[in-house]
Write a new protein. Sequence first.
Length: 226
Amino acid sequence: MAIVADEVIFSKRKTISIEVKADGRLVLRVPNRTTQKRIAEVLEIKADWIRQARERVLRSKASRVDIVFNDGESLPLFGKNYPLRVVDKPRGGLVFEPARGFSLDKEYLDVGRQLLVGMYRLQTRQKVTAIAAQVGRKWGLSWQGIRITSAKTRWGSCSSRNSLNFSYRLALLPLDLVEYVVVHELAHTRHHDHSARFWSLVGEMMPDYQQRRKRIKEVARTLPEI
C-alpha cells in the first residue's frame, strides 16, 4: 500500500524533509511548486524508512507510563522527577515545592490532571519568560508577548507580529531543551522562516543547537500523556 503524507507544508525551502511526529503522523515540508508526482516519488523511495520510523514511534508510545495520580508516583518537571504525595488540604489543591515535590489534596483527585496542567502552565510561563529575557537582552531581540498554549505537536511558534507561543508541555522537557525551543522562536523574531540566515543566527546563539534539536525529538517519544 502506498504511503500518504498526513500533512504537506509548502514553503520557500529548497529541499524536501520528512518527519514522523510523536503521534505517528507523517509530515512533509516541500519547496513551493513541488508536484504531487514528485511527492509520491519521494514517499515511495523513503517508504521503508518511514515504516521503520513509525514502528519506533509506536513502540515508544506503547512504553509510556501514563500519570494516574497515585500517592508516591513520580511526576516530571524540567527533566527531573519529583514525588507526588496525596495529602489533606494543601494550599490551592496542588502545590509544588522543589525540596518536597508535589502535594495533591486527596479530595481533588478527580481533577488532578487539570490542576497539574495548570501547574505546568505556570511553571512554563515563568521559565520561558526568564530565558527569553536573558537571551533577548544578549542578542538584541524583542517580542510582543508570551502565550502558553495546549499545543501537542508544536513546542513553540512566533507570529508575524513577534508574539511568542509555547506549549505547556515544555514543562516535561529537560531545561536545556526548553532553552533550545526559546532560542529557536526568538530567532524567528528576526527571520520569519527557516532560511540559512535563520539557522545561522540560531547557531550563533546556541552552537550545539543541532544536538539539542535531535534530542528533543527523541525525548518527546517517551513523555507521558498529560
